[in-house]
Design a protein around this ligand. Structure first.
Ligand code: SIN
Length: 185
């Protein structure tokens, strides 16, 4: 059976596993939020970075990229790799993705998505909402084994624009980070 994985964060610009096809698409009823703490990739336990997760949001959509993985051995490689890379994301959901805003029938069903839930009992790194300025300052300060947190934010902003998505939350945060950095110069 073919496997599909939907990425809405770093998976958009770096899959990191073998795949046969990628499709720009969106999930319905969710929004992308910088609410997950990262102590393994974009921060440290002392200064956690912030990465995106998705949360339910009625009437909203979250754009990203779905990857098709056909061969059994490629699926095993992808799953082994993703279970390590996304280990701070405590939930896996299987959702419908759409490629046309007017479509009522999904383009693909049962697409695997990693989610960091807001349940602090199972997701101890969850940071939750904060003001744009507070999140921006945290992003500026944080750096982890995968690089500076600000690079994650800027790469996400760029990758989203490249797939034709203007995500206000991401763009507002990126603008705030640039504003603070320019003041510090
Ligand atoms: C994803 O890209 O779908 C998960 C979040 C991330 O790794 O940035």
């Amino acid at each position: 059976m073919v496997m599909w994985v939907f990425g809405y964060g770093s998976l958009i610009w770096k899959a990191g596993f073998p795949f046969d096809e990628s499709v720009v698409c969106f999930i319905k009823g969710y929004r992308r939020v910088f609410h997950q703490g990262s102590t393994d990739h974009r921060g440290t336990p002392e200064y956690p970075g912030r990465t995106v997760t998705i949360e339910p949001a009625e009437g909203e959509v979250c754009w990203g990229v779905a990857y098709k993985i056909s061969k059994k051995e490629d699926q095993e490689i992808a799953l082994t790799y993703l279970e390590v890379r996304e280990k701070q994301y405590d939930k896996k959901a299987y959702l419908d993705v759409f490629s046309e805003l007017t479509a009522t029938t999904p383009a693909i069903s049962g697409v695997m998505v990693y989610i960091a839930s807001p349940d602090k009992n199972v997701n101890k790194n969850y940071l939750g909402p904060a003001s744009v300025e507070e999140i921006a300052r945290q992003v500026i300060r944080a750096e982890g084994p995968s690089g500076p947190n600000r690079d994650y934010l800027f790469q996400l902003e760029k990758a989203l624009l490249q797939i034709g998505c203007q995500d206000k939350h991401v763009m507002d945060l990126a603008n705030e980070v640039r504003r603070i950095l320019s003041e510090q110069e």
